[in-house]
Design a protein around this ligand. Structure first.
Ligand SMILES: [Zn+2]
Length: 326
């Protein structure tokens, strides 16, 4: 049995995240095996009956339990929702490993995005694309199918000429007690910023923050703000601020469907990426905020076909990003 590397596996087992270290990566083995002998050697103890096996941690707490594969027989299986191999495996030995590593690091983008990555970023060697790719479990969990190509509907000619905004609600309260995310997507560059919020009423404050940061960063003024739905922006306070700042407000119109939903579509993509990421890493649902912020960070550094394979960072500030530290 050939061993290609050593790493860590995270398993979601009956709502509990279990970390197994020193796991051997053996691509030729078709299933995942846990050695009870190894665990006993680390101080764990076993209790096996006809109905299953319970494994106890050295502290005496129940660690994991398994059920018999058949009504009779010594083989038991452990029910886990998902698993992942830590990317810090000691040996990267094949094209497929390298491709999967960058596919995960970049938040599960398409094969073509990984292919173009080195030519539009700094300090990165070309990543070979294997021909015999197996489906990624994170992509399947996040429902990330290869999307049909959508031609750019951008009308802006420079950053901050037009920004799209939307508010997205999450089903779970985040680790930092946020429920909503305000999104700002620049029309010209597709560069995006997200702001997790505890309450919808904070939308105006984060818009002011985004405006101040973006205008100072680029030395340019925000000219138009396009709102997909806009309920949170239709306040007297917000309208007065927009008039004082000289920013034109646009709301999605049923007559111009091609303008609708740019920020909403972006939110949907980010939620899929965020789900692919935390499923793949076996994280509890309340850590979605970290996965989302990471997704947006890597999204800004990845090439898109509709931008002629340029990255949002390059179109936003005129310099190719360095993603080699990912
Ligand atoms: Zn994937």
């Amino acid at each position: 049995m050939e061993k290609f590397g050593l790493g860590t596996i995270l398993m979601l087992h009956h709502g509990k995240v279990i970390r197994l270290t020193d796991v051997e990566y053996c691509p030729s083995v078709a299933c995942h095996l846990i050695s009870t002998g190894q665990l006993i050697g680390r101080g764990y103890s076993l209790s096996t009956t006809a109905s299953g096996t319970k494994l106890f941690a050295p502290s005496g707490d129940l660690y994991l339990w398994s059920d018999p594969i058949a009504s009779v027989g010594p083989l038991h299986y452990v029910c886990v929702l998902l698993q992942c191999i830590d990317e810090k495996v000691q040996v990267i030995s094949s094209k497929k490993d390298e491709y999967l590593l960058w596919h995960r690091r970049m938040g599960h983008p398409s094969k073509n995005a990984v292919k173009h990555l080195h030519s539009v970023t700094r300090n990165l060697k070309a990543v070979a694309i294997p021909t015999d790719l197996t489906p990624c479990s994170g992509c399947a969990a996040g429902k990330m199918a290869e999307k049909p190509f959508v031609a750019s509907t951008s009308h802006a000619t420079k950053p901050l000429e037009l920004v799209h905004s939307d508010l997205c609600e999450f089903p779970t309260l985040s680790y930092y007690h946020c429920r909503y995310v305000a999104t700002f997507v620049d029309d010209f560059s597709a560069f995006a910023c997200v702001y997790p919020l505890a309450a919808k009423s904070n939308t105006f404050r984060v818009f002011q923050e985004f405006k101040a940061w973006a205008e100072t960063s680029l030395g340019a003024q925000l000219l138009r703000l396009h709102l997909d739905r806009g309920g949170e922006f239709r306040t007297n306070e917000f309208s007065a601020f927009m008039r004082q700042s000289g920013i034109e407000q646009q709301f999605s119109s049923p007559d111009t469907p091609q303008q609708n939903g740019r920020a909403e579509r972006f939110n949907r993509t980010m939620v899929e990426k965020e789900e692919a990421m935390w499923h793949s890493a076996c994280l509890p649902p309340n850590l979605w905020q970290f996965a989302l912020e990471t997704s947006v960070h890597v999204y800004n550094g990845q090439p898109f076909r509709r931008s002629k394979w340029k990255t949002p960072v390059e179109l936003w500030k005129g310099k190719a990003p360095d993603v080699s530290y990912f």
